[in-house]
Design a protein around this ligand. Structure first.
Ligand code: HEM
Length: 527
């Protein structure tokens, strides 16, 4: 469609001025003052110095100077879309959350996909984990399922997260590499962290170079709880299953795509949604109880472990459809704030030490990233259900308590008295806790290799070759021989042929001894 002509005139210096009129609105300052000339600063004489008095110039430049906000400390590069969640199978038998009770009902959603290590301007098709963060605007408040496209994580305890992220991002003296795992610091850290072995195998698999966001799975990773109307708890792992299936590119393709189009994944999502080709995922849940948890070979609180789908099948209960791109990338995708502690009645945490640390980290970092405690007033973050409390003031406060009362209990009748508590509000599952206060990891977290082995042998021969080649490629970039050898000493517990293949690709001879394993590898885990 050809743009409509706008009235123009030429200024004294030959510059083009476009003027308002008809359906072309008048440009104003932030104070609403109509602007007569947006091309020239106010000067003393046509060739004289600019005047301090030029408030329009100063306002325009001041605002421009402040356009950037800090990028996310991790997951800086991302792309989001709006959509909805529709329940297809009631979960009312195990969960009282309103969103899971009426089949066919739709809940608005916003989803942001991301890479983890790269900066905001880095390329899309890098070898990395992908974030899969979902905000569900439920009738009982916002529920954020802040997941990844890989069902496990690198570390078991949130206190290690700053070290892990420092090691994964650019090395501090040289500020490279931006987005690849191929560097000494990353491999140094993971080769000193046997707990990372399982996740590193996933990161070296084809899962870490997805064809597009539309072909990725998503996982809540941690074990959460569902709570029913009687207050009974059922453990749950959340899954998103893509309707298009799972697809990856191969490494050579990834390199070429990144060179030709670093925006490949975001362009794919934009074009799919704009052309009415709406991507869709099924929500799946794995449900289990304490008896299963006690009989399981691993600790259900350990985020480096998954629950095999052969042991606990995934029950599909709903679908997530993305059907609308944001009107404005910054306002929505950049300013959206997902947080693991945003939950609703019917859902609760477990004592997974990674989850508990995340519950602190997100709100804390977002308070800085989004400039103070009122980022929930930004429309993309505000609930779509009624909300009211006595929080007030702070930077950018858009709504303060109305009327006389800004505290409770108070003696004032409505409407002056404001909101009050309700027994139907959120309550935590009353899990019993006891034991000494310790800084010590549970020994039930000590088997670091069995599930890595299970993952490796569940891959097809072609996928196994891709994994081996990825280890060789990435580790060949590592300059320190001891780090390479340590990684191979872990891989010897995962699979002998894999370890030998990687060692031979690296020219590493003789083979190092297998790393000391705190727990023997559990055999008989073949799928
Ligand atoms: C951001 C997932 C572990 C701290 C994110 C995002 C995702 C994510 C998807 C991007 C959210 C967005 O799109 O805006 C995960 C998963 C984890 C994990 C699945 C492990 C299972 C952790 C841990 C910490 C942490 C252990 C800290 C203790 C952060 C921070 C951000 C972030 C600070 C940036 C948030 C922001 O600025 O808005 N994470 N994360 N994450 N994560 Fe995690």
């Amino acid at each position: 469609k050809a743009p409509k002509a706008v009235a123009t005139h030429t200024g004294a210096g030959g510059e083009t001025h476009q003027t308002a009129g008809g359906d072309t609105p008048v440009m104003t300052t932030q104070q609403g003052l109509a602007v007569s000339d947006d091309q020239n600063t106010l000067r003393a004489g046509a060739r004289g110095p600019a005047l301090m008095e030029d408030f329009h110039f100063r306002e325009k430049i001041f605002h421009f100077d402040h356009e950037r906000i800090p990028e996310r400390v991790v997951h800086a590069r991302g792309y989001g879309a709006h959509g909805y969640f529709e329940l297809t199978d009631s979960l009312a038998d195990v969960c009282k959350a309103d969103i899971f009770n009426r089949v066919g009902e739709r809940t608005p959603a916003f989803v942001r996909f991301s890479t983890v290590a790269g900066n905001k301007g880095s390329a899309d098709v890098v070898r990395d984990v992908r974030g899969f963060a979902v905000k569900l605007y439920t009738s009982e408040g916002n529920w954020d399922l802040v997941g990844n496209n890989i069902p496990v994580f690198f570390i078991q305890d949130a206190i290690k997260f700053p070290d892990f992220v420092h090691a994964a991002k650019q090395e501090p003296d040289r500020d490279f590499p931006q987005a690849q795992t191929a560097h000494d610091n990353f491999w140094d850290f993971v080769s000193l962290s046997p707990e990372a072995t399982h996740m590193v195998c996933w990161a070296m698999s084809d899962r870490a170079i997805p064809r597009s966001f539309r072909f990725m799975e998503g996982f809540g990773v941690h074990t959460f709880r569902l709570i029913d109307a009687e207050g009974q708890s059922t453990y749950v792992k959340f899954h998103w299953k893509p309707k298009l299936g799972l697809q990856s590119v191969v490494w050579n393709e990834a390199l070429k795509i990144n060179g030709a189009d670093p925006d490949f994944h975001r362009r794919d999502l934009w074009q799919a949604i704009k052309s009415g080709n709406f991507p869709e995922w099924e929500l799946g849940v794995q449900l289990f109880d304490d008896d299963f948890a006690d009989s399981f070979d691993f600790d259900i609180l350990d985020p480096t472990k998954l629950i095999p789908e052969e042991l606990v099948p995934v029950r599909r209960v709903g679908r997530l459809v993305l059907d609308r791109m944001p009107d404005n990338f910054f306002a929505e995708t950049e300013q959206v704030a997902f947080c693991t502690q945003n939950i609703i009645p019917g859902i609760d945490f477990t004592n997974d030490p990674l989850l508990q640390g995340r519950n602190f980290s997100y709100l804390d970092t977002q308070t800085k990233r989004l400039g103070g405690p009122n980022f929930t007033h930004i429309p993309i973050n505000a609930p779509k259900c009624p909300f009211a409390n006595f929080q007030q003031d702070g930077h950018m406060a858009m709504h303060n308590p109305k009327g006389r009362a800004n505290y409770e209990p108070n003696s004032w009748s409505q409407p002056a008295g404001g909101p009050r508590e309700t027994p139907a509000g959120y309550t935590s599952f009353p899990e019993e806790e006891s034991g000494p206060k310790l800084r010590q990891r549970s020994e039930t977290f000590a088997d670091h290799y069995s599930q890595a082995r299970q993952f490796y042998i569940s891959q097809t021969p072609v996928e196994q070759t891709h994994m081996r080649d990825a280890f060789v490629f990435e580790l060949s970039k590592v300059e320190t021989p001891a780090i390479r050898a340590r990684m191979v000493s872990y891989l010897l517990h995962v699979d002998q042929a894999l370890a030998e293949g990687v060692a031979s690709g690296l020219g590493l001879s003789p083979l190092p001894e297998p790393a000391r394993a705190a727990r023997p590898v559990v055999e008989g885990l073949e799928p």
